[in-house]
Design a protein around this ligand. Structure first.
Ligand code: SF4
Length: 484
């Protein structure tokens, strides 16, 4: 699909929406004429040999962008299948629902905020009424808001989550645009990376202690943290235990990642380090699809790693799947999910394939599933997950997914991952260590501090490694958030 926008300089107002609404393959050319005059925004869209018009009012004292997007949506909606998130284009639909819940509660009870399932259910109905969000998606957003609300209430200003990035992988997946280094190509770099990380852990521990922060969640992410040897992991984990005040730690996760990198010895090292949650991610249980996406492991290797995680004593296991992978189909995807449901992991994360520009999927134009198939996969998954006692607890959307679908974390009751909630719902600050991460300071506003991307760059910049910590500390001191 190509898009031509005519008659307006606010292209960005509808560009992302257009990517969500019109299929990338075989859809031809969409032409949209946008205009606004006074308080009326208008759009005329031509697509697939048909034409439609839409209009929306510009609220007083507001820029026209929102109204242009709505006018464009109303026109496009007549020519396309109903988009799952209706007129919403943002990556955080749960935030929109929470804002609606706040305003609905406020108008009813004199401004007092009353978060809770009834307010969120009401807001879900509003999300459907105002933005045409499908009732299923609005219900998912309400469930996520209900999961976040009690955590938001109990976390104080001193609470933080700690993220440690291990940006190495056995090989590169076809859909990946992350900065992860291949351990095959960069053999030898891992040891130097661990040494540098040990130094940063010591520095960060001093900062966190000086500020009197409480580390609530510790998360080892990647990349594939399981590329570390048990000894490397244990030395890093020992340093974290020695340098950080961890008496308030509630959750410790290792996103082991690729099943082919997991061994009983590594899992034992995670358990000895105090981790009780582990993520083992097949992404698909179809061997041909695994081949197509360049993951050099088999479905059997996933089951072996999963069994090892259970035998190692992890009480929470997460399994990641991706809907829409090249060569996949609804039946194969759902039958894989059913086999995983039979094993009853506590968490299942269902992602939607995003065709990121820097990935092989985009560069080589690999044939991905069309939006309709992705929708069938996700809807079928949602039904099966709910039937098996799971509920969505966080969700977000990404650019470049077919159909503008979402990524959703599903959980058994009482097993929601605190780190994911903190990160996705921005419930507390997140301090990142290592390469490729983002430190997030969450106060009245949110500040993001971007770490250097590549392991080699990280190792080479030892002399400036304290800069982000200094900036992070500065944000706390400047905003007086160390005494709450
Ligand atoms: S495991 Fe994740 S980070 Fe590593 S190459 Fe695959 S998608 Fe990228």
């Amino acid at each position: 699909m190509t898009l031509t926008l005519i008659g307006h300089d606010r292209r960005f107002a509808v560009e992302q929406a257009a990517l969500n609404y019109f299929p990338r393959e075989g859809g031809g050319h969409a032409v949209s004429r946008l205009s606004h005059s006074g308080r009326l925004a208008s759009a005329a869209v031509e697509y697939g040999g048909k034409k439609a018009r839409g209009r929306a009012w510009v609220p007083p004292d507001a820029p026209p962008d929102g109204a242009l997007r709505m006018a464009f949506y109303r026109a496009a909606r007549q020519l396309i299948e109903p988009p799952p998130w209706g007129a919403l284009t943002g990556i955080r639909p749960v935030k929109k629902l929470e804002e609606l819940a706040d305003s609905l509660s406020g108008s009813e009870r004199g401004g007092e905020r009353i978060p809770g399932p009834p307010a969120f259910e009401k807001a879900a109905r509003e999300l459907t009424r105002r933005y045409d969000v499908s009732p299923v998606r609005a219900g998912m957003a309400a469930d996520c808001a209900a999961s976040a609300a009690p955590v938001r209430d109990r976390l104080g200003e001193k609470d933080v989550a700690l993220y440690i990035g291990i940006p190495f992988c056995p090989t590169r997946c076809a859909y990946c645009s992350f900065v992860s280094s291949s351990v095959e190509r960069d053999a030898g770099l891992t040891g130097r990376y661990v040494e540098t990380l040990l130094e940063e852990i010591a520095l960060a521990g001093e900062t966190v202690s000086r500020l009197g922060l409480r580390v609530r969640a510790l998360y080892w992410g990647g990349g594939t943290p399981a590329v570390l040897s048990p000894e490397q992991f244990s030395s890093l984990c020992g340093a974290v235990r020695a340098c950080f005040p961890l008496e308030f730690l509630e959750e410790h996760t290792v996103e082991a990642g690729r099943p082919d990198a997991v061994t009983p010895e590594k899992l034992a090292a995670y358990r000895e380090g105090g981790a009780a949650r582990v993520s083992v991610n097949p992404q698909t249980l179809r061997e041909d699809v695994l081949d197509a996406i360049g993951r050099r492991h088999t479905p059997e290797q996933f089951w072996e790693a999963y069994g090892q995680a259970r035998r190692a004593g992890f009480d929470t296991v997460n399994v990641d799947l991706i809907a829409g992978l090249p060569g996949d189909g609804t039946e194969g995807f759902l039958s894989g999910l059913e086999r995983i449901l039979a094993a009853a992991p506590e968490n299942i994360t269902v992602h939607t394939l995003a065709r990121k520009r820097a990935s092989r999927v985009a560069a080589e134009a690999l044939p991905v599933c069309p939006a309709r198939t992705v929708g069938e996969m996700l809807d079928g998954a949602g039904e099966r997950l709910r039937k098996n006692g799971y509920a969505p607890y966080y969700l977000y959307r990404q650019k470049f997914t077919e159909g503008g679908f979402e990524n959703t974390g599903w959980t058994k009751p009482g097993k929601a991952c605190l780190y994911n909630l903190c990160m996705m719902e921005e419930l507390c600050s997140v301090l990142s260590l290592g390469a490729g991460g983002v430190t997030k300071w969450v106060g009245k506003r949110i500040e993001r501090l971007f770490h250097c991307k590549y392991p080699l760059e990280y190792i080479g910049r030892r002399d400036t490694m304290g800069d982000i910590l200094t900036a992070f500390e500065g944000l706390y001191l400047k905003n007086g958030r160390t005494d709450g």
